[in-house]
Design a protein around this ligand. Sequence first.
Ligand code: SF4
Length: 357
Amino acid sequence: MAVASLAPASRATGAAADPVSEREVDYYESLPGARIQCHVCPLDCTLEDGQTCFCRTRTNVSGRLRTRAYNNPCALRVEAIEKTPLNHFRPGSKCLTLGVGGCNARCLYCQNWEQSQALPEEVARFELTPQRAVQAALDRDIDTIAFNYTEPVAFLEYALDIAKLAKTRKLNVVCATAGFINPDPLIEFAKYVDAFVVTIKGFNETFYHDVLGIRLAPVLLAVKTIRQRTASWLEIAHLIVPAHNDDLKQTRELCAWVCSEVGPTTPVHLARFVPAYKLDTLPQTPVPVLEEALRAARQTGLKHAYLANVAPHPAANTCCPRCSRPLIERGGFDVLKRSDDHGQCPGCRLTLPGVWD
Ligand code: SF4
């Protein structure tokens, strides 16, 4: 996914132009000798004075943890909400989407690695306060702000302040994340987030360790936390990477876990891999492999399994799980036709789960 931006008001590109911001991180503890331990994500980094963390966005400044990822997004675009991907949250609407450099994972196939695997001040960026981000959405008659492209956990303080302000202006807030975050900051953030898409990137710890550099168990905990302890709408994404996580057994296990722990009506997006970064010599996921995974997902009992990054394909449509009638027909990320009535099937009158208007 390219991350070109809307015309920025003031662009900065130098390596030294962004100081560590004044915004303090909310979740950390002080240790003796000006050391601190961050508790935003499950890495729980311990940092010496002056040290910058694994996610590249938080620095220990004289015993206080400050974020470098504040007021300095590297991307700001108007997108279809389907691109998040969200298919059951206000389908066909637009969102103002932003991301900031840095990430707390190390995915070998990251599509936005030039931004995610860098300090926020090392990438092309521009100044945008939370007030101006919200105003930018209002000026464009866009009623949703999205956090995407890079990992919102890495710029959580900025995302949280934007989200809080957005809610005061009656905007929706949505977030695409890898879900590698501790429960307390997640629950606080979710108070201001209407919908999450969490990517469960695989279903074993070896894959998470070798290909992503993080752990699976905290991600599953985050998914359950969103479902059980927040009011946010939830969808799941899963990228199928050839030779790494494309075996049907793993897809079945993942989908069965979603069915039993999160619920069979949770939308699941099975996405096609596109070669990038350190896995740029792999092929794209073949469509028959995706279709087989889709069949397996449905066999586990999932009611709303989709294919993503494959256009056009009928598996992008939202269909009634009872009578199979298509309610929302899509061409890629565009809604081509809607025949639902506030999420209700016009044929058998079943109301599908989601936020429809
Ligand atoms: S959010 Fe960053 S500083 Fe905090 S524990 Fe995770 S990687 Fe470390």
